[in-house]
Structures are given as C-alpha cells and as structure tokens.
Write a new protein. Structure first.
Length: 241
C-alpha cells in the first residue's frame, strides 16, 4: 500500500479512488502503477551474495543438462539478465544455455529489449563486479557505441536471452527449467499469492534443479519436502523429489 500511496502523491491525485480511476482510463498511469509495484531495477552485480551463489551453483546445476534453461521470474531489468549471461560465459555454459527473462508488461518488455548502459556507469559497475568475485574488466563483455557514450552486452550473449511478458499471478507454467531465480520477485507478495507463485515454480522446475528464493521455505509447507538447501542459512534450494 505504501507504493500505491507514493504513486498517488507522484501523480498529484487526492485519493486512492482517484488513482484507481486514472489507472482504468489512462494507459500511462497504468504503466506507472505496474512499475511502482514491480521489483526494483537491478544494477549489474549489485548483490555479491547472489553472484557468489550463482558462481557456486551454475556448473553443478547446468552442466549435466542437454539443453539447460534458466528462468529469471519478474526480472529486475536488463542488467540482472546481463549479469547472469556473463556468469554463464565465465562458466563456459553461455553457448548452450537459454535464459528466459520475464517481465510484467509490454512496456517493460520494450525497455529491456532496447536497453543500453551509459559508459559513465561502468566504473561503478566494475566495482560491483570485483566485489562479487569477478576477474578482469567488465567492459570486455560489452560493445561500445560509435560515439563512445553507450555500451550494450555483446551480441552472442544477448542472443541467449529470451525476453517475454508474463504474469506470475495469472499465467501457467510455460517450460521446464534447470534453474529458477525468483528471489527478487517474491518480497511484495502476500501469503496467498506467494503460495501460488511457489507452486508455479515447483511445477516448472526440473528434477534436481535449483530454486532461488528470498526467504526459507516453511518446514510445514508440503512443497518443502521437495527441496534441500544448498547451504545453511541461505534460501537457495536443490530439488530432490
């Protein structure tokens, strides 16, 4: 509700009802609401823990699969997908692994498909990269525009990312995955929606696949018997049943 109130103030509307009316009749306001409720945009390698867990588990999880697939559910923008693509390249898995990155609206889909990275941000992101255990220069994974102002992930890495619009709350399972990254998608869901999304992930995860969550599974949840933690005190799981 705090995010909704903040958007009401941003649009200078007097009440939540006025916001509801605006959203129903104004596509731009509707997209603003989706963005406000959506997961916060990620920067490349902004979570050292996430990068470390991926470095630890990508090889073990994906090397045995003939055509490995990874789903980034409610992807936090192009830079989250780019981070994964770079890590897969470093693990020599990029050429045969397909990343499926889903977002909540067609507007977001257009943005991530056209995303570039200002060169001025690279020094900051290089720091993130080194802190997360990266070696060498992040720029080596990018092509630079002719004017030297923008960078974009190299084409052979971008080609491994399939972007699509998808709603975690209403849509059904659409593929089988060896890894599902859902930890950024879940924090704003209440108990009922969270349960629905966890069941969706369970329906979509291959045997012995890996599932990344934002918090531990409840031991009393029937789904918990399907999983064991990869490491103590981390909400990253391997499917065992």
């Amino acid at each position: 509700m705090g995010k909704v109130r903040a958007l009401r103030g941003q649009l200078e509307l007097p009440t939540i009802s006025a916001l509801q009316s605006r959203v129903l009749h104004d596509d731009e306001a509707f997209n603003c609401l989706l963005r406000a409720l959506y997961v916060a945009p990620a920067l490349m390698f902004d979570s050292a823990l996430e990068a470390s867990m991926l470095r630890l588990s990508l090889g073990a999880c994906l090397h045995g699969a003939a055509l490995p697939r990874v789903w980034i559910a409610d992807c936090a923008g192009a830079q989250q997908a780019w981070t994964l693509a770079i890590l897969l390249e470093q693990e020599q898995l990029a050429q045969r692994t397909e990343i499926y990155a889903t977002v909540a609206s067609d507007t977001m889909l257009a943005e991530v498909q056209q995303a570039t990275l200002p060169m001025a941000r690279l020094s900051e992101l290089q720091g993130n990269y080194i802190r997360s255990g990266g070696i060498g220069k992040l720029i080596d994974y990018f092509d630079v525009s002719a004017d030297g102002l923008q960078a974009v992930l190299k084409a052979h890495l971008r080609s491994r990312i399939t972007w699509s619009q998808y709603n975690l709350v209403t849509d059904a399972s659409f593929n089988e995955f060896q890894m599902i990254l859902g930890q950024r998608a879940l924090p704003d869901f209440g108990p009922a929606l969270r349960r629905r999304v966890l069941q969706l992930f369970d329906d979509s995860l291959a045997p012995f696949g890996m599932l990344a969550l934002d918090q531990p599974l409840d031991d009393h949840d029937p789904l918990a018997r399907h999983y064991k933690p990869l490491l103590a005190h981390q909400s990253w799981y391997k499917r065992v049943a």
